[in-house]
Design a protein around this ligand. Structure first.
Ligand SMILES: C[S@@+](CC[C@H](N)C(=O)[O-])C[C@H]1O[C@@H](n2cnc3c(N)ncnc32)[C@H](O)[C@@H]1O
Length: 248
């Protein structure tokens, strides 16, 4: 938030899968309320939650908080997003949030994924034809769920990298507060990153999974005869995050 507020007079912050918008209220209170500019858009699928949060924002005179009842993948976004956050957006809703961030050139992304079931189901199908000892990692349902969730988040991080984000994966808070505790932070510093893209495609090919995120972005697994991984430096972008980039 400090970074985008230094570089943009009216930063656009999106909270995807906002629920009661608690996170949005905190961010607005801390960063936007007294800054005189910028807006926070909460996107939530349940109209009752949107209405309740809207009423709370009106009572608090948080005039630059906006609310939209919509699915994350069908919402109307401002052309440019500066910060996108998604806290515990269920299952593949986190993927939809990441797609919105990538498509709208978000400078910063912060997601804490929720439970994940899609990739575990894909791994189960794959179990029928295991490739090497890799499949031992997910033979038991419990392992499949954990490994599926881990693999999903590795793919999410690598996808962000392939679109030019510098990624940090860390924990959100103490484990006593939440078991869904993996915080994936992305900061856009390059136009894209071919090396990360090739690593991602190789991972998709080796594991045989194709999560919603990579399907939506059209990222395909590496072909059987694909080239060896080249040592390619990512290309920087002009309006990338660091330091004193011009207002856009
Ligand atoms: C676990 S709650 C988290 C809410 C909030 N981010 C928080 O941490 O307090 C997940 C919320 O995401 C919403 N949600 C799930 N999938 C969604 C989608 N595809 N589009 C919009 N909202 C979605 C749910 O209705 C729910 O309110």
């Amino acid at each position: 938030m400090e970074d985008v507020q230094q570089r943009h007079a009216n930063p656009v912050v999106v909270d995807a899968g906002s629920g009661n918008a608690y996170l949005g209220f905190v961010v607005y209170e801390l960063f936007l309320k007294d800054s005189g500019g910028g807006e926070l858009l909460s996107i939530e699928g349940r109209p009752d939650l949107t209405e309740r949060a809207k009423g709370r924002a009106e009572r608090l005179h948080f005039d630059r908080m906006r609310f939209q009842t919509a699915h994350i993948d069908a919402a109307e976004y401002p052309e440019r997003i500066h910060v996108l956050m998604a806290l515990h957006a269920c299952d593949t809703a986190t993927d939809d949030a990441l797609v919105a961030a990538i498509k709208h050139g978000a400078d910063h992304v912060a997601v804490v994924p929720c439970c994940q079931a899609e990739v575990a189901a894909q791994l189960k199908e794959k179990k029928a034809k295991p490739a090497g000892s890799m499949s031992l990692l997910f033979q038991h349902p419990w392992h499949r769920r954990e490994f599926g969730s881990h693999l999903t988040n590795v793919i999410r991080a690598l996808t962000l990298e392939s679109f030019g984000y510098q990624v940090t994966v860390t924990e959100l808070t103490g484990w006593e507060h939440s078991l869904k505790n993996e915080l994936i932070l992305g900061r856009r510093v390059h136009r894209d990153n071919r090396r990360a893209r090739l690593q991602l495609q190789a991972l998709l090919a080796e594991t045989g999974v194709q999560p919603r995120l990579t399907r939506l972005l059209g990222i395909t697994p590496a072909g059987a005869g694909s080239e060896p991984m080249p040592d390619v430096e990512p290309e920087p972008v002009q309006d990338a995050v660091p330091e004193s980039a011009p207002e856009s």
